[in-house]
Write a protein that binds this ligand. Sequence first.
Ligand code: AMP
Ligand code: MN
Ligand code: MN
Ligand code: MN
Length: 285
Amino acid sequence: MHLINADLHCHSNVSDGTLSPEAVAARACANGVQLWSLTDHDEVGGQHRAHQAANALGMGYLAGSEISVTFAHKTVHIVGLGFDPDDAQLVQGLHETRNGRERRARDMAADLARVGIPGTFEGALKYVGNPDLISRTHFARYMVEIGVCGDPHEVFKKYLTEGKPGFVEHRWAKLADAVRWITEAGGIAVVAHPGRYDFTPNEEYALFTEFKAHGGLGVEVVTGSHTVPEYQKYADMAQEFDLLASRGSDFHDPAESHTDLGTLPALPRSVRPVWDALAHRILMP
Ligand code: AMP
Ligand code: MN
Ligand code: MN
Ligand code: MN
Protein backbone atom coordinates (compact mmCIF):
# COMPACT_ATOMS: atom_id res chain seq x y z
CA MET A 1 0.00 0.00 0.00
CA HIS A 2 3.06 2.32 0.27
CA LEU A 3 3.25 2.46 -3.51
CA ILE A 4 -0.25 3.79 -4.14
CA ASN A 5 0.04 7.30 -5.53
CA ALA A 6 -1.96 9.11 -2.85
CA ASP A 7 -2.13 12.91 -2.72
CA LEU A 8 -4.06 13.86 0.40
CA HIS A 9 -3.43 17.61 0.67
CA CYS A 10 -4.26 20.30 -1.91
CA HIS A 11 -6.47 23.34 -2.49
CA SER A 12 -9.07 24.59 -4.97
CA ASN A 13 -10.70 27.99 -5.44
CA VAL A 14 -13.12 27.02 -2.67
CA SER A 15 -10.23 28.22 -0.46
CA ASP A 16 -6.92 29.73 -1.61
CA GLY A 17 -6.14 27.57 -4.64
CA THR A 18 -6.78 28.96 -8.12
CA LEU A 19 -8.32 25.93 -9.92
CA SER A 20 -11.85 24.58 -9.54
CA PRO A 21 -12.25 21.26 -7.67
CA GLU A 22 -12.88 19.59 -11.06
CA ALA A 23 -9.70 21.06 -12.56
CA VAL A 24 -7.62 19.97 -9.53
CA ALA A 25 -9.09 16.45 -9.91
CA ALA A 26 -8.18 16.37 -13.61
CA ARG A 27 -4.63 17.53 -12.90
CA ALA A 28 -4.21 14.95 -10.11
CA CYS A 29 -5.45 12.19 -12.41
CA ALA A 30 -3.20 13.31 -15.30
CA ASN A 31 -0.24 13.13 -12.89
CA GLY A 32 -1.07 9.54 -11.92
CA VAL A 33 -2.80 10.09 -8.56
CA GLN A 34 -4.88 7.03 -7.59
CA LEU A 35 -6.21 8.16 -4.23
CA TRP A 36 -7.01 11.84 -3.82
CA SER A 37 -8.33 14.28 -1.22
CA LEU A 38 -9.14 17.96 -1.68
CA THR A 39 -8.34 19.71 1.62
CA ASP A 40 -9.56 23.29 1.33
CA HIS A 41 -8.86 25.52 4.35
CA ASP A 42 -11.67 25.54 6.93
CA GLU A 43 -14.19 24.43 4.30
CA VAL A 44 -16.06 21.40 3.01
CA GLY A 45 -17.95 23.35 0.33
CA GLY A 46 -16.07 21.62 -2.51
CA GLN A 47 -16.29 18.06 -1.19
CA HIS A 48 -19.22 16.70 -3.18
CA ARG A 49 -17.86 18.16 -6.43
CA ALA A 50 -14.38 16.77 -5.71
CA HIS A 51 -15.77 13.32 -4.89
CA GLN A 52 -17.86 13.23 -8.09
CA ALA A 53 -14.97 14.45 -10.25
CA ALA A 54 -12.50 11.98 -8.69
CA ASN A 55 -14.78 9.00 -9.18
CA ALA A 56 -15.64 10.02 -12.77
CA LEU A 57 -11.89 9.95 -13.50
CA GLY A 58 -11.41 6.57 -11.78
CA MET A 59 -9.64 7.87 -8.65
CA GLY A 60 -10.52 6.82 -5.11
CA TYR A 61 -11.59 9.77 -2.94
CA LEU A 62 -11.24 10.64 0.75
CA ALA A 63 -13.16 13.63 2.12
CA GLY A 64 -10.75 16.31 3.33
CA SER A 65 -10.25 19.71 4.95
CA GLU A 66 -7.34 21.63 6.48
CA ILE A 67 -8.41 23.30 9.72
CA SER A 68 -6.65 26.41 11.09
CA VAL A 69 -5.84 26.01 14.80
CA THR A 70 -4.15 28.27 17.35
CA PHE A 71 -1.68 26.35 19.52
CA ALA A 72 0.95 27.97 21.78
CA HIS A 73 0.19 31.38 20.17
CA LYS A 74 1.00 30.05 16.72
CA THR A 75 -1.12 28.88 13.79
CA VAL A 76 -1.05 25.12 13.23
CA HIS A 77 -2.91 23.29 10.47
CA ILE A 78 -4.75 20.03 11.10
CA VAL A 79 -5.84 18.01 8.07
CA GLY A 80 -8.94 15.87 8.44
CA LEU A 81 -9.36 12.86 6.14
CA GLY A 82 -12.17 10.39 5.49
CA PHE A 83 -14.88 12.13 7.54
CA ASP A 84 -18.54 12.55 6.64
CA PRO A 85 -18.59 16.00 4.94
CA ASP A 86 -22.23 16.51 5.95
CA ASP A 87 -21.58 15.96 9.67
CA ALA A 88 -23.45 18.79 11.45
CA GLN A 89 -20.86 19.40 14.22
CA LEU A 90 -17.98 19.54 11.72
CA VAL A 91 -19.87 21.86 9.35
CA GLN A 92 -20.75 24.20 12.25
CA GLY A 93 -17.19 24.14 13.63
CA LEU A 94 -15.73 25.04 10.24
CA HIS A 95 -18.33 27.81 9.85
CA GLU A 96 -17.20 29.32 13.16
CA THR A 97 -13.53 28.93 12.22
CA ARG A 98 -14.12 30.89 8.98
CA ASN A 99 -16.11 33.60 10.74
CA GLY A 100 -13.40 36.07 11.69
CA ARG A 101 -11.70 36.07 8.27
CA GLU A 102 -13.42 39.13 6.82
CA ARG A 103 -12.77 41.24 9.94
CA ARG A 104 -9.13 40.14 9.93
CA ALA A 105 -8.81 40.97 6.22
CA ARG A 106 -10.20 44.48 6.80
CA ASP A 107 -7.69 44.98 9.64
CA MET A 108 -4.85 43.71 7.42
CA ALA A 109 -5.89 46.17 4.69
CA ALA A 110 -5.99 49.04 7.21
CA ASP A 111 -2.46 48.13 8.38
CA LEU A 112 -1.19 47.96 4.80
CA ALA A 113 -2.81 51.30 3.98
CA ARG A 114 -0.86 52.82 6.89
CA VAL A 115 2.40 51.73 5.24
CA GLY A 116 1.35 53.21 1.90
CA ILE A 117 -0.44 50.31 0.19
CA PRO A 118 -4.13 51.24 -0.10
CA GLY A 119 -7.02 49.24 -1.52
CA THR A 120 -5.80 45.76 -0.66
CA PHE A 121 -9.11 44.51 0.76
CA GLU A 122 -10.93 45.22 -2.51
CA GLY A 123 -7.90 44.03 -4.48
CA ALA A 124 -7.66 40.72 -2.61
CA LEU A 125 -11.40 40.18 -3.12
CA LYS A 126 -10.85 40.02 -6.89
CA TYR A 127 -8.92 36.78 -6.30
CA VAL A 128 -11.38 35.24 -3.85
CA GLY A 129 -13.43 32.28 -5.14
CA ASN A 130 -15.44 31.87 -1.93
CA PRO A 131 -16.54 35.05 -0.10
CA ASP A 132 -16.35 33.17 3.22
CA LEU A 133 -12.72 32.42 2.71
CA ILE A 134 -10.59 35.48 2.17
CA SER A 135 -7.01 34.48 2.94
CA ARG A 136 -3.55 35.99 3.11
CA THR A 137 -2.85 34.20 -0.18
CA HIS A 138 -5.41 36.45 -1.93
CA PHE A 139 -3.69 39.56 -0.55
CA ALA A 140 -0.34 38.21 -1.75
CA ARG A 141 -1.65 37.67 -5.29
CA TYR A 142 -3.06 41.20 -5.46
CA MET A 143 0.15 42.73 -4.07
CA VAL A 144 2.12 40.94 -6.79
CA GLU A 145 -0.36 42.25 -9.39
CA ILE A 146 0.23 45.88 -8.32
CA GLY A 147 3.99 45.38 -8.25
CA VAL A 148 4.62 45.66 -4.49
CA CYS A 149 6.64 42.41 -4.69
CA GLY A 150 7.79 40.03 -7.40
CA ASP A 151 6.09 36.89 -6.08
CA PRO A 152 3.66 35.81 -3.33
CA HIS A 153 6.42 34.33 -1.18
CA GLU A 154 8.14 37.73 -1.00
CA VAL A 155 4.83 39.36 0.02
CA PHE A 156 4.54 36.90 2.93
CA LYS A 157 8.12 37.55 3.98
CA LYS A 158 7.86 41.33 3.90
CA TYR A 159 4.24 41.98 4.86
CA LEU A 160 2.04 39.11 5.94
CA THR A 161 3.94 37.22 8.63
CA GLU A 162 4.38 37.87 12.33
CA GLY A 163 6.07 41.19 13.08
CA LYS A 164 5.46 42.57 9.58
CA PRO A 165 3.14 45.53 8.79
CA GLY A 166 0.24 43.56 7.26
CA PHE A 167 0.11 40.81 9.89
CA VAL A 168 -2.94 40.65 12.13
CA GLU A 169 -3.00 38.23 15.03
CA HIS A 170 -5.95 35.86 14.79
CA ARG A 171 -7.53 33.24 17.04
CA TRP A 172 -8.41 30.10 15.10
CA ALA A 173 -10.04 26.89 16.36
CA LYS A 174 -8.74 25.06 19.43
CA LEU A 175 -6.63 21.96 18.76
CA ALA A 176 -8.98 19.79 20.85
CA ASP A 177 -12.05 21.00 18.93
CA ALA A 178 -10.57 20.51 15.46
CA VAL A 179 -9.46 16.95 16.30
CA ARG A 180 -12.86 16.18 17.84
CA TRP A 181 -14.89 17.53 14.89
CA ILE A 182 -12.88 15.36 12.48
CA THR A 183 -12.84 12.25 14.65
CA GLU A 184 -16.51 12.36 15.62
CA ALA A 185 -17.38 12.76 11.91
CA GLY A 186 -15.68 9.38 11.31
CA GLY A 187 -12.35 10.71 10.01
CA ILE A 188 -8.70 10.81 11.02
CA ALA A 189 -6.93 13.99 12.18
CA VAL A 190 -3.42 14.56 10.82
CA VAL A 191 -0.84 17.22 11.82
CA ALA A 192 -0.14 19.10 8.57
CA HIS A 193 3.46 19.92 7.54
CA PRO A 194 4.96 19.94 11.08
CA GLY A 195 8.31 21.05 9.68
CA ARG A 196 6.83 24.43 8.77
CA TYR A 197 6.10 25.71 12.28
CA ASP A 198 9.04 27.32 14.01
CA PHE A 199 8.40 25.58 17.29
CA THR A 200 11.17 24.79 19.73
CA PRO A 201 11.69 21.03 20.26
CA ASN A 202 9.74 21.36 23.53
CA GLU A 203 6.80 23.08 21.83
CA GLU A 204 6.79 20.51 19.05
CA TYR A 205 6.80 17.70 21.61
CA ALA A 206 3.86 19.39 23.37
CA LEU A 207 1.96 19.70 20.08
CA PHE A 208 2.36 15.99 19.29
CA THR A 209 1.57 14.94 22.86
CA GLU A 210 -1.59 17.06 23.12
CA PHE A 211 -2.67 16.15 19.58
CA LYS A 212 -2.48 12.46 20.51
CA ALA A 213 -4.24 13.01 23.82
CA HIS A 214 -7.17 14.60 21.96
CA GLY A 215 -7.43 11.59 19.64
CA GLY A 216 -5.25 12.68 16.70
CA LEU A 217 -3.85 9.72 14.78
CA GLY A 218 -1.70 10.97 11.90
CA VAL A 219 1.13 13.23 10.75
CA GLU A 220 2.22 14.44 7.33
CA VAL A 221 5.62 12.98 6.56
CA VAL A 222 6.06 13.53 2.82
CA THR A 223 4.67 16.95 1.89
CA GLY A 224 5.56 19.75 -0.51
CA SER A 225 6.37 21.81 2.60
CA HIS A 226 9.11 19.45 3.87
CA THR A 227 12.74 19.11 2.89
CA VAL A 228 14.14 15.63 2.20
CA PRO A 229 15.78 15.43 5.69
CA GLU A 230 12.38 16.36 7.18
CA TYR A 231 10.79 13.29 5.51
CA GLN A 232 13.07 11.18 7.70
CA LYS A 233 12.69 13.35 10.79
CA TYR A 234 8.89 13.11 10.71
CA ALA A 235 8.91 9.43 9.75
CA ASP A 236 10.88 8.94 12.99
CA MET A 237 8.40 11.14 14.90
CA ALA A 238 5.52 9.07 13.46
CA GLN A 239 7.16 5.96 14.89
CA GLU A 240 7.98 7.59 18.23
CA PHE A 241 4.39 8.81 18.68
CA ASP A 242 2.78 5.79 17.01
CA LEU A 243 1.10 7.94 14.35
CA LEU A 244 -0.03 7.04 10.84
CA ALA A 245 1.82 8.84 8.05
CA SER A 246 0.33 10.95 5.28
CA ARG A 247 1.54 12.27 1.93
CA GLY A 248 0.34 15.35 0.05
CA SER A 249 1.63 18.05 -2.27
CA ASP A 250 -0.18 21.07 -0.75
CA PHE A 251 -0.74 22.15 -4.38
CA HIS A 252 -2.47 25.56 -4.81
CA ASP A 253 -1.71 26.75 -8.35
CA PRO A 254 0.25 25.54 -11.42
CA ALA A 255 2.59 28.55 -11.43
CA GLU A 256 2.89 29.30 -7.70
CA SER A 257 3.26 25.79 -6.28
CA HIS A 258 6.70 24.25 -6.53
CA THR A 259 5.31 20.76 -5.89
CA ASP A 260 2.76 19.43 -8.37
CA LEU A 261 0.01 16.94 -7.51
CA GLY A 262 1.12 13.34 -7.21
CA THR A 263 4.83 13.95 -7.81
CA LEU A 264 6.36 13.52 -4.34
CA PRO A 265 8.43 10.48 -3.31
CA ALA A 266 6.67 7.53 -1.67
CA LEU A 267 6.42 7.34 2.12
CA PRO A 268 9.41 5.73 3.85
CA ARG A 269 8.97 1.98 4.46
CA SER A 270 9.22 2.49 8.23
CA VAL A 271 5.80 4.18 8.55
CA ARG A 272 2.22 2.99 8.17
CA PRO A 273 0.25 4.98 5.55
CA VAL A 274 -2.84 6.75 6.88
CA TRP A 275 -4.88 5.33 3.96
CA ASP A 276 -4.34 1.79 5.29
CA ALA A 277 -6.54 2.79 8.24
CA LEU A 278 -9.09 4.57 6.03
CA ALA A 279 -9.88 1.79 3.54
CA HIS A 280 -13.53 1.75 4.70
CA ARG A 281 -13.82 5.53 4.17
CA ILE A 282 -12.48 5.57 0.59
CA LEU A 283 -15.20 6.58 -1.89
CA MET A 284 -14.61 4.35 -4.90
CA PRO A 285 -15.69 4.92 -8.52
P1 AMP B 1 -4.39 32.25 6.05
O1 AMP B 1 -5.19 31.00 6.29
O2 AMP B 1 -5.23 33.37 5.51
O3 AMP B 1 -3.57 32.66 7.24
O4 AMP B 1 -3.36 31.93 4.87
C1 AMP B 1 -2.50 30.83 5.00
C2 AMP B 1 -2.02 30.39 3.62
O5 AMP B 1 -1.04 31.28 3.14
C3 AMP B 1 -1.34 29.05 3.62
O6 AMP B 1 -2.27 28.02 3.51
C4 AMP B 1 -0.49 29.11 2.37
O7 AMP B 1 -1.27 28.80 1.23
C5 AMP B 1 -0.13 30.57 2.30
N1 AMP B 1 1.23 30.86 2.80
C6 AMP B 1 1.66 30.87 4.08
N2 AMP B 1 2.96 31.20 4.15
C7 AMP B 1 3.37 31.41 2.86
C8 AMP B 1 4.61 31.78 2.25
N3 AMP B 1 5.70 32.02 2.99
N4 AMP B 1 4.65 31.90 0.91
C9 AMP B 1 3.55 31.67 0.16
N5 AMP B 1 2.36 31.31 0.68
C10 AMP B 1 2.26 31.18 2.01
MN1 MN C 1 -3.19 27.73 1.53
MN1 MN D 1 -1.16 24.49 5.67
MN1 MN E 1 -2.54 23.43 2.64
